[in-house]
Design a protein around this ligand. Structure first.
Ligand code: NAD
Length: 724
């Protein structure tokens, strides 16, 4: 078997443990690597010829943490009732690091780069730490972001090293720090150039560095104080607890578990403290949140980024020169992220002035990146120089990919498509960034519908990680491969869906806003609606989302839908309320400062008091749980319909698209993970009751009824709903 950690010993009797995960660019602790590490620690501890050890990496990264599939496996174990086994296996990591810490020989971390999660904890368990002096290196404990806590002593060693308060953002928010910050905080003892790390570490051992940690000596006190009667500590635990719940709406079990592990553990000797930590770690493994978050936000995301959906038989075709049509909000954003990835961009609009406006946006974004230290001044200038603003279609001649982001009007889109066709060759792929118009319909304007595809970005383009790729009926594999290769170049996460009005994301997410409006029109108080949306884990209430999207845009969508469906179109509350707000009351949303909310300077906002006059409040208000259910279940139903109709074709993409695209409650792991977790039979039953209470839009799709009857789940191995 290939080894991950190599042990060599020099003539002075200093061992060197070099981590080098085979076939991976980044080191991770797999089960096998953990076994090797434990064996090497035992060798150092027991071999009289070895004085101490240096732990380093053969790669520029030090250690990215414990393999997430291993954590997902432990979560599966805990949730299938094997709790004691899950605890024992989780505790092994703690036991091994404690053995290293107390074996009497000094261990030094020579940290070449990135040290996260278990990698950071391995570093904390060493007796001395020297880190590469490189501001790009990241150190931290991101476990909280996947519903877990640092289970390798992180919740105990960090507070003992730097104090409880300074540890909080690193432990509870997953805040990452640079080597310089770590040194200032007292987490690492020294910085050094990469090539000197191992030598400096050996020098420290030769000079007789101590193999005893401060907390294993008599009279140890936590920096800044600790204990249940210390006024500072009480303040942190009490106020910290309230603050944490305000931010997480009680939806995330990890932050309170971390706080509890620190509170209880810091008052105990280390050997007991790590047991407390492992117990809290196991309770988190038992909770569905961790397994679901790891699966969607890490494992599925990684698969999507490795382009799992790319047709294998098409040769790689990175984009060299990109044409962007429309230099508005979206077009300018697309130009920015593409130029940042090193792609030449031609940014075209109706006239030079409009195109220059887009270029101005690119310039501002580049300056922002330089100001924030994300790139050098020269790189920012080079980014801008890669974008050419123009109104001349001839400039598009050499482009191998075109992305259209002009007005959301099929006629305008057809016009620019024909103009592009007139100047480009057959090899050029044409993509539309439309948010709602079917790709198959837009492709009719192209002379080559096979090379026509949807590449749907989200706003703001610079920030949003997801890109939805839409296959029209005739889109061929070459176009799909080109779109996916391009998305990899700009470092975003793709999902691939089939054609439908609104595709997958806009369609499913629209139901959240329309249900919010439905509630408003029934006389539910706007504050209750908005708070229930957030309580359910959505980043904003549905009315605020309506304002962000633009109520006028909603009117526009209703109009085109009614034109398309003719007599069979039935206007609903969403349609009526949107027209009232945007057309009659001239409150189209965020962009004018007036919508369901009034917006003031900076980020000030409050619900518009006039809503009470137009939507009189009902005397009896619903229970918040019922409001939450309506807002979430309506989305779940639309996601299932998209799946049933083959718009979205895998549970992985359905969940990833929901969380990254429209911010669907991340702690659920996505809509289909949520359904598997709660049980499809229970969901179907609840929906049937909701049909009676609220109307036929809650009718469960046939697919769900069938799955409920057959006891099936969306994922092949659904994670069991509850532990014990
Ligand atoms: P926008 O109004 O900000 O920009 C559109 C740009 O297209 C303008 O600069 C306009 O001058 C230009 N334009 C119009 N007709 C043109 C023509 N014939 N030739 C060249 N340029 C022309 O709009 P936007 O918000 O950037 O949206 C653009 C597209 O992206 C739409 O299809 C929209 O549905 C889609 N989209 C928007 C969002 C969003 O949140 N705004 C999100 C995803 C997709």
């Amino acid at each position: 078997m290939t080894e991950t950690i190599k042990l060599t010993t020099d003539e002075d009797g200093i061992a060197l443990l070099t981590i080098d995960t085979p076939d991976k660019s980044v080191n991770v602790l797999t089960e096998a690597a953990l076994g090797e590490l434990a064996a090497h620690i035992e060798t150092v501890a027991t071999d009289d010829g070895i004085k101490g050890a240096v732990i380093t990496s053969a790669k520029e990264t030090f250690l990215a943490g414990v393999d997430l599939s291993l954590l997902a496996m432990l979560a599966g174990l805990a949730r299938s009732g094997k709790v004691a086994e899950a605890y024992e296996r989780a505790f092994q990591f703690n036991r091994m690091l404690r053995r290293m810490e107390t074996c009497g020989k000094p261990f030094v971390g020579a940290i070449t780069g990135l040290a996260l999660g278990g990698g950071f904890e391995l570093m904390l368990a060493c007796h001395h730490r020297i880190v590469a002096d490189d501001p790009k290196v990241k150190l931290g404990l991101p476990e909280v972001q996947v519903g877990l806590l640092p289970g390798g002593g992180g919740t105990q060693r960090l507070p003992r090293m730097i104090g409880i308060q300074p540890s909080a953002p690193i432990l509870m928010q997953g805040k990452q720090i640079s080597p310089q910050e770590a040194k200032e905080m007292g987490i690492v003892e020294a910085l050094a150039p990469r090539e000197k790390l191992v030598e400096d570490a050996k020098t420290w051992i030769r000079a007789g560095g101590s193999a005893v940690r401060p907390w294993d000596e008599k009279g140890f006190k936590i920096p800044g104080g600790g204990g249940q009667f210390n006024p500072n500590t009480i303040q942190i635990f009490m106020a910290g607890s309230a603050l944490m719940q305000e931010q997480t709406w009680h939806n995330y079990p990890a932050p309170p578990a971390i706080l509890s592990a620190v509170y209880e553990g810091h008052q105990l000797p280390m050997d007991r403290a790590i047991q407390v930590e492992s117990r809290y770690f196991t309770t988190l493994l038992m909770n569905p949140v961790a397994g679901n978050m790891i699966r969607t936000l890490f494992l599925n995301k990684q698969e999507a980024e490795k382009l799992k959906r790319r047709p294998e038989d098409v040769a790689p075709s990175p984009t060299r020169k990109l044409g962007v049509l429309g230099a508005g909000l979206m077009g300018a954003g697309i130009a920015t992220v593409s130029a940042r990835a090193g792609i030449e961009v031609v940014l075209l609009d109706r006239d030079q002035e409009a195109a220059d406006k887009g270029l101005n946006h690119v310039q501002k974004e580049a300056e922002k990146l330089a100001r924030r230290g994300r790139m050098s001044e020269e790189d920012a200038q080079a980014l801008v120089s890669r974008v050419k603003a123009t109104a001349d279609y001839d400039d598009l001649k050499a482009c191998d990919l075109i992305i259209e982001a002009v007005f959301e009007d099929p006629k305008v889109k057809a016009d620019v498509t024909a103009k592009v066709d007139a100047v480009t060759g057959d090899g050029t792929i044409f993509a539309s960034n439309t948010s709602t118009i079917p790709i198959t319909l837009l492709a009719k304007a192209s002379k080559n519908a096979g090379r026509f595809i949807g590449i749907h970005f989200f706003s703001p383009v610079e920030k949003m990680p997801l890109v939805e790729v839409i296959r029209g009926k005739e889109t061929d594999d070459v176009a799909l491969a080109k779109a996916l290769d391009y998305i990899r170049q700009i470092r975003k996460t793709p999902i691939v869906v089939n054609d439908s009005r609104g595709f997958y994301t806009s369609r499913a997410f629209g139901t959240y806003v329309s249900e919010g409006i439905e509630l408003l029109s029934e006389g539910v108080t706007p504050a209750l609606i908005e708070n229930c949306g957030r309580l359910a884990g959505m980043p904003m209430g549905p009315l605020e989302v309506g304002d962000q999207v633009g109520i006028d845009l909603m009117v526009h969508i209703y109009e085109s839908l009614s034109a398309e469906l003719g007599n069979s179109y039935a206007s609903d509350a969403g349609d009526r309320v949107a027209r009232l707000m945007a057309v009659e009351l001239k409150r189209p949303g965020r962009k004018t400062g007036q919508g369901f909310y009034d917006y003031g300077e900076k980020r000030e906002k409050h619900l518009w008091p006039g809503l009470a006059e137009h939507f009189p409040t009902a005397e009896v208000q619903p229970h918040p749980v019922d409001v939450e259910k309506r807002l979430i279940y309506i989305q779940l139903l639309e996601v299932v319909r998209c799946f049933e109709e083959g718009v979205v074709t895998t549970p992985e993409e359905a969940d990833l698209g929901a969380i990254l695209g429209w911010g669907f409650a991340p702690f659920t792991g996505g809509p289909l993970s949520m359904l598997d977790t709660m049980g499809i039979a229970r969901f179907v039953e609840e929906c049937e009751a909701m049909v009676k209470a609220y109307g036929p839009r809650f009718t469960p799709p046939d697919l769900l009824r069938k799955m409920a009857k057959e006891g099936r789940t969306f994922y092949k191995q659904a994670l069991p709903a509850a532990a014990a």
